[in-house]
Design a protein around this ligand. Structure first.
Ligand SMILES: C[S@@+](CC[C@H](N)C(=O)[O-])C[C@H]1O[C@@H](n2cnc3c(N)ncnc32)[C@H](O)[C@@H]1O
Length: 314
C-alpha cells in the first residue's frame, strides 16, 4: 500500500510538469498479504438493508434521469478499459457481462474489444438508451443482479460501473461465483476527483450538493460508518484476490454541467428535490463558487477499477 501511496504522491507532484499528458497511470496490488482478510458478520446486515430497499425501488431509481446521466456523467478513461482487459487477460474471444450497465458507457466501449458483451440493468429507459448506441455484438436485457439466468453462456469478465453499491453485494457475488469462468474476474469501476488543492472548488461544490440532496436510506447507509467497503465484502467472498488499477484524467466543467451532474444523482434528481430545490441549489452553488476563478473549471479525476479474482489454486 505504501509503495502505491508514494507513487500516487509522486504522480500528483509531477502533474504540473506533465501538462502535455492527458493521464497518469497508477497501480495498486492488494494481495492477501497486504489486506488481511476480514471475515466479518457486519456485512450481511448492511446488505440486508440494501436488499430490502432495492427490492422496492430498483427499477425506477434511475428511470427519470437517463438524459441528464448521459449528458453530464463522466465516461471512463479508455486507457483504464484497455488496462483492465490486459490485466485480466480478457482477450478478443471473451464474453463480458456489464452488470448495472445503465446507458452502456462500459458495455458499448468494450464491444469492439471483445467477442460479445451482455448488458443487464433493471431500468428499461437506461437499457433503451444503451441499445441506441450499441455495437452489433453488445446485447442488453432488463434484469438485475438478483437473477442472472437471462445471461447466456460462461462469463469471462464482469464489469460493474458505479452500480455494485446498489446491489445486495454478498448475494450478487454468490450468483456471480456460479456463472463466472474459472479464470474469470470481476471489476468494479468508478471515477472521482482526487483530494487536491486544484480540485478544491469541486469539493466545495460537493458540500453544497450534499446540503441540498435528499438521499434515500440506502445512500445514507452507504455514507455512514456502518458501510462495509467493497474491498472487505469482496475479501470475504470467493473473489478475494484484489488488485486496483487507476488512471488519472482531466475533465472540464461548466456551471450547467455541474448542475446537470448534481441532478443526475439519485438523491438529487429533479423528481426528488423539485423545482424549489433546484433553484436553491443553483443559488447556493453560485455563491459558493465566487471565491474561485470563473468557470469553466477542470477536475483531475481518478478512474479506478477494483479487480477481484478467485485465489489461484496451490
Ligand atoms: C449510477 S448507474 C451506473 C451506470 C453505468 N454502469 C455507469 O458506470 O455509468 C447505476 C445503475 O445500476 C443499476 N442497478 C441498480 N440496482 C441494480 C441491481 N440490483 N442489479 C443490476 N443493476 C442495478 C441502476 O438501474 C443504474 O442504471
Amino acid at each position: 500500500m505504501s509503495v502505491t501511496y508514494e507513487r500516487f504522491a509522486l504522480a500528483v507532484s509531477l502533474l504540473p510538469r506533465l501538462s502535455h499528458a492527458r493521464s497518469v497511470i497508477l497501480c495498486t496490488r492488494m494481495g492477501t498479504k497486504v489486506v488481511p482478510p476480514r471475515v466479518t458478520q457486519a456485512s450481511p446486515p448492511a446488505d440486508t438493508t440494501t436488499r430490502m430497499i432495492c427490492d422496492l425501488s430498483i427499477p425506477d431509481r434511475f428511470d427519470n434521469v437517463v438524459e441528464t446521466y448521459i449528458a453530464y456523467r463522466t465516461r471512463y478513461a479508455p486507457e483504464l478499459l484497455d488496462w483492465l482487459l490486459a490485466e485480466t487477460r480478457t482477450g478478443t474471444a471473451a464474453h463480458v457481462l456489464d452488470l448495472g450497465c445503465g446507458p452502456g458507457f462500459i458495455a458499448n466501449a468494450l464491444g469492439p474489444r471483445v467477442a460479445r458483451v451482455t448488458g443487464v440493468d433493471p431500468s428499461m429507459s437506461m437499457i433503451a438508451a444503451a441499445r441506441a448506441e450499441a455495437p452489433k455484438n453488445v446485447t442488453y436485457h432488463e434484469g438485475s443482479s438478483e437473477n442472472l439466468s437471462i445471461v447466456k453462456g460462461p462469463i469471462d469478465l464482469v464489469t460493474m460501473g458505479r452500480s455494485f453499491h446498489w446491489m445486495d453485494r454478498p448475494a450478487t457475488l454468490e450468483n456471480l461465483n456460479k456463472r463466472v469462468a474459472e479464470h474469470g474476474a470481476l471489476a468494479i469501476l468508478h471515477d472521482k476527483p482526487i483530494k487536491a488543492p486544484e480540485n478544491l472548488w469541486w469539493w466545495t461544490a460537493q458540500e453544497v450538493g450534499k446540503a441540498h440532496a435528499r438521499p434515500d436510506p440506502t445512500s445514507l447507509h452507504r455514507m455512514s460508518d456502518a458501510w462495509e467497503p467493497h474491498e472487505t465484502v469482496l475479501h470475504a467472498s470467493a473473489f478475494s484476490e484484489l488488485r486496483r488499477i487507476s488512471v488519472l484524467s482531466r475533465h472540464t466543467w461548466t456551471f450547467d454541467s455541474l448542475l446537470g451532474h448534481f441532478l443526475s444523482r439519485s438523491g438529487s434528481t429533479p423528481e426528488v428535490i423539485g423545482a424549489d430545490g433546484i433553484a436553491a441549489f443553483e443559488g447556493a452553488l453560485k455563491e459558493a463558487l465566487l471565491p474561485f476563478v470563473e468557470g469553466p473549471w477542470e477536475t483531475l479525476n481518478d478512474h479506478v477499477a477494483l479487480i477481484a479474482r478467485r485465489p489461484a489454486r496451490p
